[in-house]
Structure formats: C-alpha cells, structure tokens
Design a protein around this ligand. Structure first.
Ligand code: PRX
Length: 635
C-alpha cells in the first residue's frame, strides 16, 4: 500500500488511524516515498505547543523547486506545468512546459541574484495573475529568498505596511494589470506605497499592459531585458527543512496584519500530499484553482502542491464575469478541466445568473469539484453539484487557513461520502477537537464547540514574522496545549465536521479574511468620526458583508450623511483595498459597551442581521439605552 495516495474509504481509515497512532512513522514514510531530499532528516518531529516551537524533518536538506521542477524534467519535461489563460479570451492561452518553467525560474533567480538578493532576504511580490507571478515565487525559493506575495487588489498603504513589516529589499510588480474590462495602474500604487519604505533597494517591473509608467532611476528595472541577459542555469540553494520559505500576511483581530511564516520541508510534504489526495490528481488531468496566488490557496494549490506532483495547473488572469458570466465554464470546456476548485462566493454569484451561461458549455471533463474559504450554504452546494458537476463529481469542501498551510479537513473524493455544507473528516495526520468555553474538550458526536487541533502537522505556520509572542497568544493561549483555529464547528452524529464560522473578530467577506480592527482604525482616521464598530451580516453572494456603526464627533457641524459614507469607504479603500468596503453604514449616538468598556459586538451583529428577537440581557451594559436607539434606526 502506498502511503502517498488514498484510493478508497477503507484505506482512508487505515491511513488515518496509523497517522494518529504513529504520526512520525507515517510522515516519514510519506516524505520518503515521493520527494527529493539532498540529505535525509535526523529527526522527524520535535514540538512543544507551550513555547510554541514546531520542527519537522530537522536536519534534512532540500530545495523545494527541485521537487517542483528539476525532478520532472526527464519524466515530463514537455508536459504543461502552467497553463495561463489571459483576461481577454481572444488572447492566446500559454502552455508553459516543465522545461520552460524550469528555465524561466532559473533565469529569474539569476536576475534576483544580480540585484543582490540572497538567501533569507525578503522579496515582496505585487503582481497580477500572470506567469511572472508564479515564476517569481519559485525564483525566490530557488535561491532561498523569502517571498511575500501581496494580493494585487490591496492598496498602497496595505502594501507599504507589509513591505516595512518584513523589511523587504525588493518589490516585484508590473506596469499594470487587467481586470475584466478595466486596467489598473499597479506601478502607480507601488510608487505611492514605497514613499515610506527605506529598505527597498530595487523594483523589478514586468510588462503586461504596455502603458507609459514612470521608472525611478537606480531603483526600478524592466524585467525583460534583465531576463534576456540572464543565464538559464541556476543551482538551487540547499535549504534546511526548517528554513523559511515564505511570509504571507493575514488579517488578525488587532490592527497590524500577521506575517505567517512557513518553512520549507514540512510545507512541501504536506501541500503535495494533500493536493494528490484531495483532488485525486492523475497524470493527464488539467487542474484549475481559481484563487489568486496572493492568497494561501494560490500558494499551496496553484503553485507548490500541484507542481510538486508534476501536475498541469491553470492560472487565470481574469474575473468570472468577463466578458460574461459564462467565462469559468468557457475555460472548463476549452481546456478540458478535470478538477475545478473555487470559492462559495463565486458559486453564489454565478448561480444568480441565467443557467444558459452554464448550459452553453460542455463540462463533462470535470471529475472533482472543490470549495474553499468560507462555509458553503446548502443552496449553493446543490447548484454546484447539479449544474456544474452533473451530480457525478464529488464536491470537496476543504477547510483550512493561511496559518495551516494546507487543507486539514476535507473529503477524499471517491472515498469519503460527501454531505452538503460539511467539510467532513480530518485528513491523515490531523487531530481536530472541539472545546467548550471553559476550556474543556467536548467528547462524542452531535456536539458543537471551538475548533482546535491537538497535534502538529507538517505545514503549520511556525511563527508570526517578528512577533513570536503574538503567535503564541493568538493560537496557543486560548486552550492548553492546542492550536486554536478561531473557528466554531459542529461534529455530527457520524463524526463529520461542519465549520460554522469565526468566533473571533475576523469576518470572512467573499472568502477574504478581514479583521475588524484594521477597518475600524481606517474609519477612525476620518476627522468627523469619534468611534466605530464593524460587524458582519449575512449576504446572499458575499456570504458576509460589513456593517459599520459610526459615532460622529459632536462639532455642531451638519454633514451630508451620504457624502460621509462615501468618504469613509474611500478611506477604507485607500488603507486596505476595495474588498473591505462597508455595505451599510449607520450613524449612531453610542455603542453598546460592557462596564469594562468592551464593545458588545454580539448585540451589534444581531441588529445588523435583523435578528433582534432575543438580544439577551442588556441590563448589565454600561449604556443599555443606546441599544434601543440603534435598533430604531437600523438599516
Ligand atoms: O473561517 C474559516 C474560513 O476561512 C478562514 C481562513 O481564512 P484564510 O486564512 O484567508 O484562508 C482561506 C483559504 C484557506 C477559516 O478560519 N474557511 C476556510 N475554508 C472553509 C472556511 N469556512 C468554512 N468552510 C471551509 N471550507
């Protein structure tokens, strides 16, 4: 029996049992079976959740790009590694083979070196979904530089916060990007962001939209001429298994984003293993994940996981609505996609459109469908199952996080029977548990609680860049000796997990993880604003949308409310990006607070969701009268 590939339910249970009983033996066998190591490990695992410190495959030496590229050159060098589908359907798709990708990565890596980038340096990548994005990620990994991809929809302030947090030496961007019918001036955003970033020495600029942009002399370089001159050979930097691979920022419940640090060996093993099993990838499949590489989903399941398995992975530059709402299905037909992995918010948006947009296309190549990023509601699940999968494709509802690096809870298709809205069972090596509010483990089935993980898995983030204390406080302090996910979950009568949503101050909007604190900080910068509180409320496409309660300063000045709303949303766009804009803004005389001054978001959430029948006891509040006033004017 192969440890690497699960083929039926009985095997899943066998492998799962072994992975819990003998985790080190299990992961050692997986790591030995499939990967290229320059030196084997001295110790499979060392961990202590109280410090917290987690080390996998200590002493092992490798380079992840050898596993993603070099390893495939002789067996599948001419196979397409990256299939690039441009924003404009009339622009030809690019089929980049493993040989070509290897060459591109080596050249890019040499360019990085020529600009002084060395092992351990941080490189910020701020690019649209064009091949250069994947290539630059891999080029960093080739030479041991730590990449940090910033989603190209983030604002200049969000970019500079990240650049400064990790003290990046270089930024890689493009002259602009296409997004449906629009173009976006990415380089302009970078220039604005870098005004306050003293550590950045160089900016490499890829050409995509061919506009005139300003190039700052001595700092900015066009990428292509440098690549033209670079050698196509670049020996991989030999890394320790625990050397950093990348930093990826995610929102937290305080203002500063958290730079989750992932390391090399464990991340490679886990993302490759889960890619193979969760998508049941076979040699001639064409796999497509619609996420952006700016998110963890793109890191693990567009770049590293698929390439470590020698897969063909699609990169799509555009949006699902351009040139019309049939674009996803057009691409599925055109490239004969076998695995399709997307977010519930996209499914809900497409399900609102006419079914002709689906029925026009031949989708019979599809074998496995996936979702990620937020809970999927029953209606969207059935629409996906009926219309896209024709009831023949198992839907893998994959639960995981930026912090977990890879999928932790998900059906294994053709093995685990699926159940709408359930992420189902833990993958091998994952030991979930539910905790009650008093810190006690909830045993048995048909129960609900806070989702924790009891034992480390190879791709868990090792720290928050520059702030280990925050890592400890956020993930390892709520419950003794357990990793706390921040999610609530229920376990049904057969042990299947269903994720019910965040139990902290993070709100998932259209699959994007947004902290309330950074949004509130942005709003509070408005000169007319005294205080604010953000909560989520149910939205039929976005899953959750944002509702802001804003207290204005008492200046006596009367301001136009609609203008104020626009200004507030503009501030949020400038500080974070358009994804964090508020759907509703209510101006309120006060916010319900506990006697210790904490905002009672629970009450605000209920008002925003129009669920005010049971607000609970408000009499212990500092200002109970304010609740009535807010309810009266609720939007
Ligand atoms: O609340 C969970 C939700 O997304 C959060 C993680 O967000 P992020 O770090 O941005 O990573 C998203 C992509 C992995 C989780 O804490 N989430 C993710 N997947 C699911 C989900 N909620 C329900 N069901 C899922 N399948």
């Amino acid at each position: 029996m192969s440890n690497y590939h699960i083929k039926h339910l009985e095997e899943y249970f066998q492998v799962y049992r072994k992975s819990v009983r003998y985790p080190e033996v299990f992961w050692e066998e997986v790591a030995e079976e499939h990967f290229l190591w320059r030196k084997k490990w001295d110790k499979v695992l060392e961990w202590d959740f109280t410090k917290p410190e987690i080390k996998w495959f200590q002493g092992a030496k490798l380079n992840i790009t050898e596993n993603c590229l070099d390893k495939h050159l002789y067996v599948r060098g001419d196979k397409t590694a990256i299939l690039f589908e441009p924003n404009n359907p009339n622009e030809e798709a690019q089929h980049i083979t493993y040989k070509q990708l290897h060459e591109k990565v080596c050249k890019f890596a040499n360019v990085l070196k020529s600009k002084g980038i060395q092992k351990g340096d941080r490189v910020i990548i701020y690019l649209p979904m064009i091949p250069e994005l994947a290539v630059s990620v891999l080029a960093c990994a080739r030479i041991g530089a730590i990449h940090s991809v910033v989603f190209a929809g983030f604002s200049s302030t969000a970019l500079s916060t990240r650049v400064n947090d990790c003290q990046a030496k270089m930024v890689i961007t493009s002259d602009g990007s296409y997004r449906g019918a629009k173009t976006i001036d990415l380089k302009g955003i970078v220039d604005e962001g870098l005004e306050d970033c003293p550590t950045v020495e160089n900016v490499l600029v890829a050409k995509r939209i061919n506009t005139n942009i300003e190039m700052k002399s001595g700092r900015d370089y066009w990428l292509q001429p440098l690549l033209d001159e670079a050698s196509a050979e670049c020996n991989p930097e030999i890394m320790d298994a625990e050397d950093p691979l990348f930093i990826l920022y995610t929102s937290g419940s305080t203002g500063r984003p958290k730079g989750m640090l992932h390391t090399t060996g464990g991340y490679m093993v886990y993302t490759a293993y889960t890619f193979k099993n969760v998508f049941q990838y076979k040699e001639n499949d064409i796999y497509w994940c619609t996420a952006d590489i700016g998110w963890i989903t793109g890191h693990s399941y567009i770049v590293y996981g698929p390439l470590a398995n020698g897969a063909t992975t699609v990169m799509f530059e555009g949006v699902p609505s351009y040139p019309d709402y049939g674009r996803f299905w057009d691409i599925v037909e055109k490239h004969k996609i076998t695995q399709f992995y997307t977010a519930p918010t996209a499914i809900r948006a497409l399900a609102k459109e006419n079914l002709d947009f689906v029925n026009k296309y031949e989708l019979s190549s599809l074998r496995v469908l996936g979702t990620v990023g937020e809970p999927i509601n029953e209606e969207a699940w059935h629409w996906y199952n009926d219309n896209i999968g024709d009831k023949k494709c198992p839907i893998v509802d994959t639960w995981w996080q930026t912090e977990t690096g890879g999928i932790l809870i998900s059906p294994v298709p053709f093995s685990t029977p699926t159940k709408p809205t359930y992420a189902t069972l833990p993958l091998p090596g994952i030991q979930p548990t539910l905790m009650d509010e008093n810190g006690k483990e909830i045993k048995g089935n048909s129960v609900e609680g806070r989702l924790c993980i009891k034992f480390p898995w190879p791709s868990i983030a090792r720290t928050i860049w520059g702030d280990h204390e925050r890592y400890k406080n956020t993930y390892f302090s709520a419950f003794d000796n357990k990793y706390f996910t921040g999610d609530g979950a229920l376990r049904d009568e057969v042990g299947y997990y269903r994720i019910t949503g965040r139990v902290d101050d993070v709100i998932i909007v259209s699959g994007h993880n947004l902290g309330t604190a950074p949004i509130e900080d942005s709003i509070n910068e408005h000169p007319a604003v005294a205080e604010s509180a953000i909560v989520g409320f149910p939205h039929d496409v976005k899953g959750n949308a944002l509702y802001g309660y804003v207290i204005l300063k008492e200046t006596g000045e009367v301001r136009d409310r609609d203008n104020l709303r626009k200004e507030i949303n503009q501030l949020i766009t400038d500080h974070i990006g358009p994804i964090a804009k508020l759907n509703k803004i209510q101006f309120v005389p006060g916010l319900p607070k506990t006697r210790s001054g904490k905002i009672m978001r629970r009450i605000l959430r209920k008002i925003a969701s129009k669920d005010t029948s049971n607000l609970g006891d408000t009499s212990t509040l500092l200002n109970p009268e304010v609740v009535e006033l807010i309810m009266k004017e609720a939007l």
